[in-house]
Design a protein around this ligand. Structure first.
Ligand SMILES: Cc1ncc(COP(=O)(O)O)c(C=O)c1O
Length: 349
């Protein structure tokens, strides 16, 4: 059975979190002399002299409307990267516990574990980029506290088979994180509506991709209230700046504009795919549910360099296990994609 109390590191379970000035006083007042801020103001037209809401309630209320997840089941991080780090620190005892990942996948799960001196067990995806459930089952041990799944996966672009993910959620009693950074570009539904069925599920999303707000650094984790409460206990008190909270709130009011961008990116993804297919150096394009394409080319390094010479930068993933020979290409604007295709046409491999 899943038992959060048993899974938590004892120091986290017993942690008395920092109590900030904004935690201790929440009412209306006219004179704030409690937080050692600069009462004179800021050297800006708009003042930012006051600490922001540590729990970002206004943003969460808006997210509750959009995502259909209760505001008490939302954690906001300084990018999803902070959510990853907080989760590892919640349950993994350095040098003793481990996490499980399925490469090729997003690099920060491993880096965050390394920073925290947490062991990483790697069970590669199958050649079809799906979960290898028997291998995962035999890799899990009593110290495996957390599994990171990424769907749609970076860098492969595909979604994981839902039944496989559910098999893990049902049979493994550590935390299961599904990183849905690219969910808005996918044909498949988010797992966010299934939190009530799985107390060990954490769904991560971000404002960095479809929402076009990578610079604001706002990542989301949806989970049970108990898990969210633990994450809030661990995070730095003011992890999302006032400027980020204000701009995120403003952007969250523009759902239709974002949907329009998503439709355009998905359309450009298929235009780009069909144009790339016609190029002689392109050997294979993997199906994508994300805003990028994983493209196998005859000579990846030379292709990468040739593009760079034209001022176009893509990601060389050719040395990554199961992605041999591949470049990862983000879908750009129609004009950028045409520029990319023209550069590739001019490059005689
Ligand atoms: C799968 C995945 N998760 C998370 C992130 C990082 O998200 P954030 O910008 O919210 O930290 C990325 C960024 O590339 C990603 O590919």
């Amino acid at each position: 059975m899943f038992d959060l109390d048993q899974l938590l590191r004892p120091n986290i379970k017993n942690l008395v979190p920092y109590s900030s000035a904004r935690d201790e006083f929440k009412g209306e007042a006219s004179v704030f002399l409690d937080a050692n801020e600069n009462s004179l103001g800021s050297p800006l037209t708009k003042w930012y002299n006051r600490y922001p809401d540590p729990l970002q309630w206004q943003v969460k209320e808006k997210l509750q409307e959009i995502k259909g997840v209760s505001k008490n089941q939302i954690f906001l991080g300084n990018g999803s990267d902070e959510c990853i780090d907080v989760l590892i620190r919640a349950v993994c005892e350095p040098g003793i516990d481990n996490i499980l990942i399925c490469p090729p996948t997003y690099g920060m799960y491993e880096v965050s574990s390394a920073i925290n001196n947490v062991i990483v067990k790697k069970v590669p995806l199958t050649p079809a980029f799906q979960l290898d459930l028997p291998a995962i089952e035999s890799a899990i041990d009593d110290n495996t506290k957390l599994i990171f799944l990424c769907s749609p996966n970076n860098p492969t672009g595909n979604s994981l088979v839902k039944d496989d993910v559910e098999a893990l959620l049902n049979n493994y009693f550590g935390l299961v994180v599904i990183d849905e950074a690219y969910i808005n570009f996918s044909r498949y539904r988010s797992f966010a509506q299934e939190l009530k069925d799985y107390p060990n599920l954490i769904v991560m999303q971000t404002l960095s991709k479809a929402w076009g707000l990578a610079a604001l650094r706002v990542g989301m984790a949806f989970a049970s209230e108990e898990i969210v409460a633990i994450m809030n206990k661990i995070k730095p008190p003011y992890n999302i700046s006032q400027a980020s909270q204000e701009l995120a709130l403003q952007a969250l009011g523009e759902v239709e504009q974002v949907n329009e961008m998503i439709r355009e990116i998905v359309k450009q993804r298929s235009v780009l795919e069909s144009q790339l297919k016609s190029l002689k150096q392109v050997l294979h394009i993997f199906p994508s549910d994300a805003n990028f394409l994983l493209v196998k080319v005859r000579n990846p390094r030379a292709t990468y360099e040739a593009l760079l010479n034209q001022g176009i930068v893509v990601r060389d993933r050719s040395k990554v296990e199961l992605c041999e020979g591949c470049l990862r290409i983000t879908v750009g604007t129609a004009a950028e994609n045409e520029q990319l295709i023209a550069a590739l046409q001019g490059f005689a491999d």
